[in-house]
Design a protein around this ligand. Structure first.
Ligand code: HEC
Length: 155
C-alpha cells in the first residue's frame, strides 16, 4: 500500500466516524425535543388550569384545596365513593346543589349545598374535568356537548 492510499484510508475512516457521530446526535436531539414538547403540552393542559382556578375560588372553601372535605360538615371529594358513583351528575350537583341527606365514605351529611347557577357551561366543563382528573380515578375528559347533555338531564 503506497502512502497516498494510506492517507486516503485514514481520511475516509475519520470522516465516516464524524458521520456516525452526527447520526447519533440527531436522534438524541430529536428525542430531547420530543420530551420537552410533551412536558410543555402536559404542564399546560389549559382546561385543567382553568378548572383548578374555579375550584379554588368556588369550592375549596368547603371541600378543601385537596378535596379532603371538612370534618362532618362538608364531604370529601378526593377518592370519595359518592363522587365516583355519581360522577355523571356532577354538573347537576354544581349547578343546582344538593338538598338530600347523603352518605359519603360511610358518613352522613345533612346540610344542603347551594348550587352555582352562574357558572357557564364552558367553565363547568373545565371545572368538572379538573375535579374528575384530580379527585377520582376516572380517566375521562368530557367535552362541552357532553356536559350540556348531562345538564339537560338534571331533575
Ligand atoms: C358552602 C359550602 C360548600 C361549597 C362552597 C361547595 N359545596 Fe359541595 N357540598 C357541600 C355540602 C354541605 C355537601 C353535602 C350536601 C348534602 O348532604 O346534601 C356538598 C356535597 C357535594 C358533592 C357530593 C358529595 C361528595 O362528596 O361527592 C359534590 C360532588 C360537591 N359538593 C361538589 C362541589 C363543587 C364542585 C363545588 C364548587 C363549585 C362545591 N361543591 C361547593 C358544601 C359546599
Amino acid at each position: 500500500m503506497n502512502i497516498r492510499n494510506k492517507m486516503l484510508r485514514i481520511i475516509r475512516t475519520k470522516s465516516s466516524w464524524v458521520g456516525a457521530q452526527k447520526r447519533i446526535k440527531n436522534p438524541l436531539i430529536l428525542l430531547l425535543f420530543l420530551i420537552a414538547t410533551l412536558f410543555v403540552a402536559y404542564s399546560c393542559r389549559p382546561q385543567f388550569h382553568q378548572g383548578e382556578a374555579i375550584y379554588l375560588k368556588q369550592c375549596s372553601n368547603c371541600h378543601g384545596v385537596d378535596g379532603e372535605g371538612l370534618r362532618s360538615l362538608y364531604p370529601p371529594l378526593k377518592d370519595a365513593d359518592y363522587l365516583f358513583e355519581n360522577s355523571q351528575y356532577l354538573p347537576c350537583i354544581i349547578r343546582y346543589g344538593i338538598k338530600d341527606t347523603i352518605v359519603v365514605e360511610g358518613k352522613v351529611y345533612a346540610m344542603p349545598m347551594t348550587g352555582f347557577p352562574k357558572i357557564s357551561e364552558v367553565d363547568m366543563t373545565n371545572l368538572v374535568n379538573y375535579i374528575l382528573a384530580e379527585f377520582t380515578s376516572k380517566n375521562v375528559v368530557l367535552g362541552l356537548s357532553e356536559v350540556k347533555n348531562q345538564l339537560e338531564q338534571c331533575n
